[in-house]
Ligand binder design. Structure first.
Ligand SMILES: Nc1nc2c(ncn2[C@@H]2O[C@H](COP(=O)(O)OP(=O)(O)OP(=O)(O)O)[C@@H](O)[C@H]2O)c(=O)[nH]1
Ligand SMILES: [Mg+2]
Length: 458
């Protein structure tokens, strides 16, 4: 970055609180702030070094708009890599707007969404995966989301990719050798090494792509579908878990028609609980639509809670209900036997047949802690905590899948004795897809889609 960049201005803080921060960055940033700021010391900011803080007033002519603190950053030692200033003012929307307007009148320009972070990326302060993690970090609602975003910001995914790049370079160099000398002259060992490398890279890509299911669930909130027969107490359970009267509860079977989604953080993990229409055969059109939606919720869920009224508990029937859910092997099921305040017939079921059975009362809250424990334990965050690279963005996952396909073609090609130039083409494709993740390879369009989702001031 250099002084050619124009100077951008934006409020960096949200509504409320006592103090607000206005960010200014660009070649003229310090001069722009100097035009509206009078330091108590009488010295101009332009004479100040980086990492210095100045008390003074923002003025509009003779009028004092606010007493503020200005922090000065000097290129390249700032978030954007440019000369920057942060004005801490009183958090009144009126004052914030006045100061932003004054800065714009003094030569600044209103920043677009994510523009500070775009500049940080272009200055090489962050790679693309790290820049995206900034947004996730701000949005993190629980410990797991925080760990995930922080891991990515600190370069977890990026360094896994850097290691892969080393292996890909070796692969490309070996192929280059073949191209130079012709296949017949290349030793057997080299082809063997090619096969080895391609397999290793494929395996590493599988591991990274495999981390997406968990990473994405944590990032977006782990989807938990609450299903079961009408009146089993699904809506009561949703309300109890989220601590709010979110869903209507009644003794009428078929109360819930639509999908109702609500979030709660349990054991540091952000969960998205999805209450659904009770599953039964019915002629009611609306209820049938609701049941269809319940099945979709099950298909998308990471965890499924099958609610059974303890009074209706029948082993064969529960087994039939489980079979009816059609769960995949990557989904986990918990059978929740509800209404134990009314009756629980011990020995009425054999826990061995199902993964987990937890008896609760959604109404009185009895034993709900056991269910919360199961939920927290069902999301294995140990990989996250151990600092492993966990992929959480759909964009990253897609690129990994494309890269995996290309390396698969390299493996097949090696087995089929395909010529080195065709294989080299596929290797370039792998490098390309991995490059889009960290932004070594990027387009304006890609940057536009990523940063338009950011807030202004980020
Ligand atoms: N005694 C007792 N009653 C409960 C419990 N949980 C739910 N109920 C009652 O069971 C009835 C049905 O509860 P809901 O939460 O509406 O059940 P649902 O599964 O959402 O029902 P649909 O939306 O119709 O599918 C209500 O009268 C609740 O008060 C419980 O743990 N103990
Ligand atoms: Mg309901």
């Amino acid at each position: 970055m250099n002084s050619v960049n124009d100077t951008i201005v934006a409020l960096a803080t949200g509504r409320g609180g006592a103090i607000a921060v206005i960010r200014v960055s660009g070649g003229e940033a310090i001069a722009v702030v100097d035009r509206v700021f009078a330091a108590r010391s009488g010295r101009a900011l332009s004479e100040s070094g980086g990492y210095t803080v100045h008390l003074g007033e923002v003025r509009d002519g003779d009028e004092i708009v606010d007493e503020v603190l200005v922090t000065v950053f000097r290129a390249p030692h700032s978030y954007t890599g440019e000369d920057s200033a942060e004005i801490s003012c009183h958090a009144s929307p009126y004052i914030e707007n006045r100061i932003v307007q004054l800065l714009i009148a003094s030569g600044g320009r209103a920043a677009t969404a994510g523009e500070f972070t775009v500049r940080a990326f272009l200055a090489g302060k962050l790679d693309l995966a790290q820049a995206e993690a900034v947004a996730d970090l701000i949005a993190a609602g629980g410990r797991a989301q925080h760990t995930l975003a922080m891991g990515q910001l600190r370069g977890g995914v990026s360094s896994a990719l850097a290691a892969l790049r080393g292996e890909l370079t070796e692969l490309a160099a070996l192929l280059e050798l073949e191209l130079d000398f012709g296949e017949e002259e290349v030793e057997f060992a080299s082809r063997e090494r090619l096969r080895e490398l391609a397999a290793r890279i494929g395996g590493e890509l599988d591991t990274l792509a495999g981390s997406f299911a968990l990473g994405n669930a944590i990032r977006e909130g782990v989807p938990v579908a609450i299903v079961g027969r009408p009146n089993a107490g699904k809506s009561t359970l949703l309300n109890a878990l989220v601590g709010d009267d979110r869903a209507m509860v009644s003794e009428i079977a078929g109360t819930t028609r639509d999908r109702i989604e609500e979030r709660a953080v349990i054991g540091g993990v952000d969960f998205r609980f999805i209450d659904t229409a009770g599953l039964r055969a019915t002629g009611d059109l609306l209820e049938r639509m609701g049941i269809e939606r319940a099945r979709e919720a099950v298909a998308k869920a990471f965890l499924v809670l099958l609610l059974i009224d303890s009074e209706d508990f029948d082993e064969a029937d529960v087994a039939a209900q489980i079979a009816d859910l059609g769960l995949r092997s990557d989904q986990r099921l918990c059978v929740v036997v509800n209404k134990i305040d009314k009756s629980l017939r011990p020995g009425g079921f054999s826990p061995a047949m199902i993964q987990v059975v937890i008896p609760v009362s959604a109404k009185t809250g009895q034993n709900l802690d056991a269910l919360r424990e199961w939920l927290a334990a069902a999301v294995d965050t140990s990989a996250l905590e151990a600092g492993a690279a966990v992929v959480s963005g759909a964009r990253h996952y897609e690129a990994l899948i494309r890269a995996r396909e290309a390396i698969g073609r390299v493996e097949d090609g090696l087995a089929a004795e395909v010529s080195a130039d065709l294989l080299a083409e596929e290797v370039r494709e792998v490098v390309y897809h991995l490059g889009t993740i960290t932004g070594v390879i990027t387009t304006d369009e890609l940057l536009g889609t990523i940063f338009s989702k950011f807030c202004i001031g980020k």
